[in-house]
Write a protein that binds this ligand. Structure first.
Ligand code: ARG
Length: 460
């Protein structure tokens, strides 16, 4: 049997393999809400412009609502022979309302139809991800507020560098996620133009009103070039790029959670809800959720790469290659959403081991910079000289097997005789973090202020 939607010039139906490679209904059925919304806006405009009768438009509108209800109720039979969501919906519409259904596709093509459907879908996905990211930011800012003065080692090269506060560390991720959200919002703003009415590629001879359909679908206006309208997939690419960067951020936090929850570090305890046991080793508590979040950038960046490769070198305008845009994007958005949800759960539930963190922060001569700064401030030494003196004192402490605060005044004076007892004030980790009050610094006072600012911002 030839295709009943477009088989006019065909004598035979497709080969089974042709049907299999051609069909997208297996995955693009996800677009049914957007497809029906697009058709509803289109048909209202056609009637308004006198292109079809009001009576037909009403029949079509009611029919589309019935199709939507069937799909939502799980009573719709999707057919692979009908290729995609667009033809599945239209064919069922015809069964329900008869010949008037044939007027729906006036001044439209599947090329602008799929472009509008997918834009609407990606726009919804962005709004959903943005809301989830906001929840995660809130969870992190709340942890930051609770742990504004909890001291941990700050690392560079994964070597203890300087003491920082756990709250400050949490707020670093709040900043990253803020950039992720602004990238998504930015992509949304740029994509929010309606390709509907570009028709196959050249526009149409019917007196359509593209501004009206754009408005009805919540777009800022219609796209300005019909060729670009059906050929463009930037809106998916940009969103996937933002998603890949976001997934990368989540993977860094996930990796830190993995490291922190090892028995060697022991910085945090993950809740039972976000750990798994081992089938053989009864003592194990594995951070599987964190490991999976760490792994997600693989498929999300993979989706971006896949679509960039599909689009590369495609001549204008639409080619069926572009049907390959959907599966990777669906997979990427689903998995990013899952990763955000899992991260939010872990963050809410994890408990920092305050004492273990503090002890680790005091190790590794982490207040050496504070000592050097004291020499600069009190003895007016140039920083480079102070760096050198401090280096010698660190070597001395290392030889003695103690920390900087445990060196006696006499020992300190063997390297720099002008050092006074006053220096001990700056050698504790508490003094170190409290002194880092520069804008954006780790001092508990700063962290409290920033956490409060974020929580207020995120309320709105
Ligand atoms: N299923 C198609 C897609 O996702 C819809 C557009 C089909 N257009 C066409 N000219 N065959 O790209």
């Amino acid at each position: 049997m030839t295709n009943k939607m477009w088989g006019g010039r065909f004598q035979a139906g497709p080969d089974a393999i042709m049907e299999e490679i051609n069909a997208s209904i297996g995955f693009d059925r996800r677009l049914f809400l957007q497809d029906i919304a697009g058709s509803t806006a289109h048909v209202a405009m056609l009637a308004e412009q006198g292109i079809i009768s009001k009576a037909d438009a009403n029949r079509i509108r009611r029919g589309l609502a019935a199709v939507q209800a069937e799909i939502e109720a799980g009573k719709f039979t999707f057919s692979r022979a009908l290729e995609d969501i667009h033809l599945n919906v239209e064919s069922r519409l015809k069964e329900l309302i008869g010949p008037a259904a044939g007027r729906l596709h006036t001044a439209r093509s599947r090329n602008d139809q799929v472009a509008v459907d997918f834009r609407l879908y990606v726009r919804d996905a962005i709004d959903h991800l943005d809301g989830q990211l906001k929840d995660l930011q809130r969870a992190l800012a709340a942890k930051a507020q609770a742990h504004a003065a909890t001291i941990m080692p700050g690392f560079t090269h994964l070597q203890v560098a300087q003491p920082v506060t756990f709250g400050h560390h949490c707020l670093a991720y709040v900043e990253m996620l803020a950039r992720d959200r602004s990238r998504l919002v930015d992509a949304r703003r740029r994509m929010n133009q309606s390709p509907l009415g570009a028709a196959a590629l050249a526009g149409t001879s019917f007196p359509i009103d593209r501004h009206a359909t754009a408005r009805a679908l919540g777009f800022d206006g219609p796209t300005r070039n019909s060729l670009d309208s059906v050929a463009d997939r930037d809106f998916v690419l940009e969103t996937l790029a933002a998603a890949a960067i976001c997934a990368t951020h989540l993977s860094r936090l996930a990796e830190e959670i993995v490291i922190w929850s090892t028995s060697q570090f022991g910085f945090v305890k993950l809740s039972d809800k976000f750990t798994t046991g081992s089938s053989i080793m009864p003592q194990k508590r594995n951070p599987d959720a964190a490991e999976l979040v760490r792994a997600k950038p693989g498929r999300i960046l993979g989706a971006l790469t896949a679509l960039l490769v599909v689009m590369k070198g495609l001549p204008l305008t639409y080619s069926k290659d572009m049907q390959e845009d959907k599966e990777p994007a669906f997979d990427a958005f689903d998995n990013l959403s899952l990763a955000i949800a899992a991260t939010t759960g872990m963050v809410k539930d994890l408990t920092p081991n305050v004492e273990t963190m503090r002890q680790a922060a005091a190790g590794g001569f982490s207040t050496a910079t504070d000592l050097a700064d004291w020499l600069v401030r009190t003895l007016k030494m140039p920083f480079r000289d102070a760096h050198h003196v401090t280096g010698s004192l660190v070597a001395l402490a290392e030889k003695k097997g103690c920390g900087l605060p445990e060196l006696s005044l006499a020992e300190l004076r063997t390297v720099e005789k002008r050092i006074t007892r006053d220096v001990y004030k700056v050698l504790t980790v508490e003094a170190s973090v409290a002194s880092r009050r520069s804008f954006g610094g780790t001092a508990p006072a700063n962290v409290r202020r920033e956490a409060k600012r974020w929580l207020k911002l995120l309320e709105a």
